[in-house]
Structure formats: C-alpha cells, structure tokens
Design a protein around this ligand. Sequence first.
Ligand SMILES: NC(=O)c1ccc[n+]([C@@H]2O[C@H](COP(=O)([O-])OP(=O)(O)OC[C@H]3O[C@@H](n4cnc5c(N)ncnc54)[C@H](OP(=O)(O)O)[C@@H]3O)[C@@H](O)[C@H]2O)c1
Length: 301
Amino acid sequence: MTHGPGLITGGTGQLGRALSLTAPPDRRYHAPPRDAFDLARPGDLPAILDRLRPAWIVNAAAYTDVDAAEKDEAAAGLVNAEAPRVLAAWAAENGARLIHISTDFVFGHGPHLPIQPDMPVAPLNAYGRTKAAGEARVRDAMPNAVILRTSYLYGPDFGTGFVDRMLAAALKREALQVVTDQTGSPTAAPDLARLIWAILAQPLTGGGIHHAACRGAASRYDLIAEALELARGQGVPIRCARLEPVASDRFPSPARRPDYSALDSSGLDQIFGVGMPAWQHALRDHVTAIAPDLRRLAAKA
Ligand SMILES: NC(=O)c1ccc[n+]([C@@H]2O[C@H](COP(=O)([O-])OP(=O)(O)OC[C@H]3O[C@@H](n4cnc5c(N)ncnc54)[C@H](OP(=O)(O)O)[C@@H]3O)[C@@H](O)[C@H]2O)c1
C-alpha cells in the first residue's frame, strides 16, 4: 500500500479527470499541468521528480492524436516512449510505484477474439508503435511497473471523444454513418480510474502488462447504436433516424486504425481482485450522466 503523495501525469485528459473525480479522500497527489511537467522534454523530468519525490506515479499522459503522430512520429515517441522510460527509471531507482497506461492500438488485426495480454504486439500506425515502444522501455527500466492497456476510452464528462461527438451530431442530423470494421472494447474512464485506485490500495503486485478495458467487444457502429438507444431512453431528443453502417475507407485518415483490438481483461480479477464492468453497463452510466448536457444542447439547437 502506498499512502505518500503521488504524481498523476495527464491530469487534464479523460483518464486524468476521471482519476481526480474518483480519488479516495485520503489520497494526496500532484497533478502538474503540461507546462510544469512536459513529457516532450524527458530530460527535464528527473530534476522535477527529485523535487516532488512521489511515492507512486500514474502516467495517464500521452500523445494521443493518432493522425498527428503519423506526421511527427518523433514527437509522439518522446511523450509515449522516452518520457515513460524516464519515469520508470526514476521510479525504479527511488522505490516508487508506477502505473503506466497503454493502448489497444499496439495491436492491428486481432484473431477476432478478445486479445490476451501476452499476444505479440503488431501496431498499424505511428501512435501504436510509439506506445508499444513505451511499454517495452518501461518494462526494461522497471520490471515491476504495472502497465494497463485500455481501449476506446470515453468520459468521464460530456466531452469531445468519439461517443459524445456522435451523440451531439445525432441531435442535429437525420442520418449518421459509422464504421463497422473497427472493433474494440469501449471503456469508461471512471471504471479504469477506480481500477487504478484499487491497485494502488493493494500491496505491490502484478508487475507487467495487463488488459484493463470494459468487458466485451463492440464495433464503433455497435457502440453508437447502443449509445443512441440509451440516450433515447433518457429522454434525449435524438433526431438521427438512420444509423448507416460503412467501411473505414469511407473516412480516409492519415493513420490506419486497427480493425480488431478488443482486449481480454478477464485476468484482472485473479491478479488484483477487481474487474471491469461489461461495456454496455459502463456506457449506460455514461449516457445517464451526460443526458442533461445532451438535452441542454438539443434545446439550444
Ligand atoms: N482515448 C482513447 O481512446 C484511448 C484508448 C486506449 C488507450 N488510451 C491511453 O489512455 C491514456 C489516457 O488517455 P486519454 O484518453 O485520457 O488522453 P487525452 O484525453 O487525450 O489526454 C491526454 C493527456 O496527456 C497530456 N499530455 C499530452 N502531451 C503531453 C506532454 N507533452 N506533457 C505532459 N502532458 C501531456 C494532455 O495534456 P493537455 O491537456 O495539456 O493536452 C492530457 O492531459 C493514454 O495513455 C492513452 O494512450 C487512450
């Protein structure tokens, strides 16, 4: 158990905000803004860490712009691979714990069965390559670091992620097109955050890579179909009457996305005694939470 002050990177991101919303009252931690702890300047980090002396680190920051990473892989690599190495090396040297967050995008084409943590990585794009390199460097520098791969993250609040953007669009448009050939394990950020706090509350265990996504698999189409249904059930005036299944080539983008990257997270229960909910349950909680925002947005339109 680790009760000294900790450090959360990426505090302004989806997971960072979820961590702050779900933090146990007795947890103290620093969550410096990017300009005070810039992962794009890994050389600056050890001196800052020496000053903060965190007992634990949750690295929730990442270069997450998948298309931008395609154009500047070196910049993404600094944040996603080199900075995590520096965090891991400092943590190993100073007896701090590290939970590092990684992604389903280290995979490309799954076997169309939820992917086990020990399957070989095969990223299809620059973002995935830099995140895979981050995992490897963290493991080398600190074998007992806990690496949690998650997938299709959304929440905790009404924001600009895929689910919320599509719901907002569905308030205005008669028809929406969503791809059927990308499948992941949609994960609510608060569920991942609660798992992280639960892991930190336990004695150090479970070093290595784990899958930490909500249970089950859904294509982006399935995900949005379910979200629209849930929003209607919450009295949100959804205008979209036609959800059209399309293939990914309908939306050309600089980075290729995995066609199948759903994660098998069933090992969590055995190792940490805590599991993740089914993706449909987590989505229901999210849509219920943001329904007032959607109704307000609809009233303004
Ligand atoms: N989003 C997904 O669908 C998804 C799926 C699988 C895995 N993941 C992984 O889950 C973790 C959390 O993702 P998220 O969705 O919460 O990300 P996010 O919402 O995009 O937030 C990224 C966070 O990283 C910070 N950041 C970016 N560059 C930085 C830098 N140079 N120095 C310091 N901080 C920097 C951002 O700060 P600013 O606010 O200053 O930009 C922000 O707080 C990441 O490891 C990501 O790879 C995400």
